[in-house]
Design a protein around this ligand. Structure first.
Ligand code: ATP
Length: 453
């Protein structure tokens, strides 16, 4: 796809997200808050499906991982020890012509001279570090002792609670602590829709191990995480693994892989899988004076565990899910004329709505009553949507456009008007093939979930 086609594709995706209620700009009626987004009725379902599936495979299906839900407000000592207070910075340059503040690594260059990408000006300041953390005030007094930070990553509360979790869970190495939650970074240039936001969510696992297991577990987690993306329906051919070269890794990391996705705006990081050695725990031991070590009952050794960290972004994965699934094909309209159909081919596991329920006609009481019965039957099993408005073809299109994998239509056959054999059967339509099959209502609660898994 050409650059122009990719830009058009992205425009269509952003507009669909707003039009159908996946993602809105935050505080839109006041002009919007830059780099901050709200998820609408469909967006929140998609996001929840993603988070729940991550939690299912990373925590519930494993004996060696437990969960944590840490606070967002963070003690400054934690982030001082982790290095965030002193070094979590981006080098920034100001353009003296248009006053834009720019990331030093995003400057344009012309004939070897640095140039402002906004106005083309060449009068730029030297690069200065800019801390990406949001600082806030706890309590009424405004002295330095009342400073707190909104966490820039979820990982630190896991390290700080390592000992408590170890004691209560009685896990043996290797074992992990997982967390999903908000993180905040005062990004200089939030851009590419939700890709780089100032408020976002992370899904992180800190997997603690013996030092000699670190490199093998790094390879293991990379594989597991790629499998995860395939299982949620992201095509393998658009996923790439970057083996981050030593000079670009954090100094304490012995190996880092970035899992990247080919977004319409370019190949960008979805998740980092990093072997962080014992750096974080050692930092907190030094700063707090508390023993965050591990005693191996069998070998009688006491040591500080090493850690492998798969760290994924919820918002970036949601965006990748939408970009990957967005498609256009053609389908016949009411009169049989072919028209362009927008279809989001979400994996059924991720789809915000699993099944739409349509009475063929809204003014036939018996059809509506039966459709409501089917809705009540399916509701405990999945997220369903009832729609009686407009021609049936239009209703199908509306669901295709939001990725609903199944549609059930209640028609006159269902009422037994075309022979007793068809009574209490409905048509089950498949979003991708648009094929319909006739199935018994009573089979739906088993049949549809069997196609979702
Ligand atoms: P980038 O280089 O893109 O800024 P990073 O390497 O700083 O990302 P990490 O600190 O490794 O990111 O954070 C882990 C994950 O959290 C990222 O892979 C990404 O999915 C997510 N993430 C980080 N920053 C943002 C952001 N500003 N907006 C949305 N998601 C983010």
């Amino acid at each position: 796809m050409s650059g122009k086609e990719n830009a058009q594709r992205m425009e269509k995706i952003v507009s669909l997200c707003k039009r159908r209620g996946f993602i809105f700009q935050s505080s839109e009626i006041y002009g919007g808050l830059n780099g901050v987004w709200d998820y609408g009725p469909l967006g929140v379902e998609l996001k929840n499906n993603l988070k729940q599936y991550w939690w299912q495979v990373m925590v519930r299906e494993r004996d060696d991982v437990v969960g944590l839900d840490g606070a967002i407000l963070t003690h400054p000592a934690v982030l001082k020890a982790s290095g965030h207070v002193d070094t979590f910075t981006d080098p920034m340059v100001d353009c003296r012509t248009c006053k834009a503040r720019l990331r030093a690594d995003q400057l344009a260059e012309k004939n070897g001279a640095r140039q402002c990408p906004n106005c083309g000006g060449k009068d730029l300041t030297e690069a200065r570090p800019f801390n990406l953390m949001f600082q806030t005030q706890m309590g009424a007094s405004a002295d330095p002792a009342s400073i707190a930070y909104l966490r820039p990553e979820t990982a630190q509360s896991i390290f700080v609670q390592f000992k408590n979790v170890l004691d209560v869970s009685r896990k043996k190495l290797p074992f992990g602590i997982a967390q999903i939650g908000k993180a905040f970074r005062n990004e200089i240039n939030p851009r590419n829709f939700t890709f780089r936001s100032r408020e976002f969510e992370q899904m992180e696992l800190e997997y603690f191990c013996r030092p000699e297991q670190g490199m093998d577990l790094l390879a293991y987690w990379l594989k597991e995480r790629i499998r995860f993306y395939e299982e949620i329906g992201i095509s393998r051919k658009r996923l790439h693994v970057l083996d981050v070269p030593e000079k670009e890794r954090a100094f304490y990391s012995k190996g880092t892989f970035d899992i990247e996705y080919e977004f319409p705006f370019g190949r960008q990081e979805l998740e980092g899988v990093a072997y962080r050695t014992d750096y974080d725990l050692q930092q907190h031991i030094k700063a707090s004076g508390k023993p965050l070590d591990y005693f191996d009952e069998e070998t009688k050794e006491r040591f500080v565990p090493h850690v492998v960290e798969p760290s994924a972004g919820v918002d970036r994965t949601v965006l990748a899910l939408i970009c990957d699934a967005y498609d256009e094909d053609s389908a016949p309209d009411e009169k049989g004329k072919m028209e362009t159909r927008i279809v989001i081919r979400f994996h059924p596991r991720m789809a915000p709505i699993k099944c739409a329920i349509f009475p063929l006609l809204r003014n036939k009481e018996a059809l509506v009553a039966k459709a409501r019965e089917v809705q009540a039957l399916l509701r405990p099993h999945m997220n369903v949507f009832y729609d009686e408005g407009g021609a049936i073809g239009r209703r199908y299109r509306r669901q295709d456009e939001i990725g609903t994998p199944f549609g059930v239509t209640i028609d006159f056959e269902t009422l037994g008007e075309k022979g007793e054999g068809l009574r209490d059967t409905v048509t089950l339509r498949d979003r991708d093939s648009m094929k319909q099959e006739r199935v018994a209502i009573k089979d739906l609660p088993q049949l549809i979930p069997s196609k979702i898994r």
